[in-house]
Design a protein around this ligand. Structure first.
Ligand SMILES: [Fe+2]
Length: 273
């Protein structure tokens, strides 16, 4: 599908061919889920995946919903709860939620005085907006039972990844061991999670370290959470600081260099693996 096409979700920015760098605060807001969520999203769509920064007002909740695409939700600020498959977990910064395609889920903020902010990624088999499910209760629990009954020990297909198993939906990332990530010579370490269609990594690059120039067949997003340095995509090098969102089109050479210790999120599709 061409990157020149319009967005899948009304009002969402669709990355143009060759458009690689975005400042998240400059991306226009859209409702995160008009029929079920009080949140607002700053979203950019790519070819295979879309990413967004979502803010949920303190003390509010989303209603149960599902969508045909899978969803990663990495909590960055605030505390709350997430319910998937009828099971509730407490969420806090660097907790990672995985909602499998079609899984019924919802979340809410714990503290009226503090918004919940999260980085989210979905594959492009559907748009940003899901479908409200008013009859979620029994259906969600049945989904969990079916997932686990079918379930098994799915092997990782991405080197170094922790494959999400059927029925799993929450991971406290700081509790998982960090491992080397990236091409030969990379000094990146992180926690790499693999879903059905996409991967998400929480990655760290020490001060003065780098991820050398490389390319791969997967579309990739990088979102800078902390630190400073630079990122290059093709011939274009930009200063990196928190809030920089980078889209790397399939096959495009890119690198990362950290001046101050850098923490970032990386999302890739699995289409071309
Ligand atoms: Fe969702």
């Amino acid at each position: 599908m061409s990157t020149e096409a319009g967005p899948r979700t009304p009002g969402v920015h669709r990355a143009a061919a060759g458009e690689a760098f975005f400042r998240i605060e400059a991306i226009p807001t859209v409702p995160a889920g008009p029929t079920y969520s009080p949140g607002i999203a700053r979203c950019v769509e790519g070819e295979c995946s879309m990413v967004a920064l979502v803010r949920i007002p303190g003390g509010t909740r989303a209603m149960p919903h599902s969508h045909p695409n899978e969803q990663w939700t990495l909590i960055l600020e605030g505390r709350g709860f997430h319910n998937c498959y009828g099971e509730t977990v407490a969420t806090a910064p660097f907790g990672l939620v995985y909602d499998a395609p079609g899984a019924i889920h919802h979340g809410w903020s714990e503290d009226p005085g503090q918004d919940v902010v999260f980085f989210t990624a979905k594959d492009t088999s559907h748009g940003l907006h899901g479908i409200r499910d008013p009859d979620a209760g029994a259906g969600a629990a049945a989904q969990a039972a079916a997932a686990r009954a079918a379930g098994c020990n799915l092997p990782a297909t991405v080197a170094g990844a922790r494959r999400v198993q059927p029925g799993e939906h929450f991971f406290a990332l700081p509790g998982l061991e960090a491992a080397p990530l990236g091409p030969p010579g990379s000094e990146v370490r992180g926690r790499l999670m693999e879903g059905e269609r996409t991967t998400l990594a929480l990655a760290d690059l020490p001060a003065g370290a780098r991820c050398p120039a490389h390319a791969h067949a997967e579309e990739e997003w990088i979102y800078i959470l902390a630190g400073s340095g630079s990122v290059s995509v093709g011939e274009d090098r930009r200063e990196a600081s928190p809030g920089l969102l980078v889209r790397i089109a399939p096959g495009t050479v890119h690198d990362i260099a950290a001046d101050a210790a850098m923490r970032f999120v990386s999302v890739k599709d699995k289409r071309n693996i």
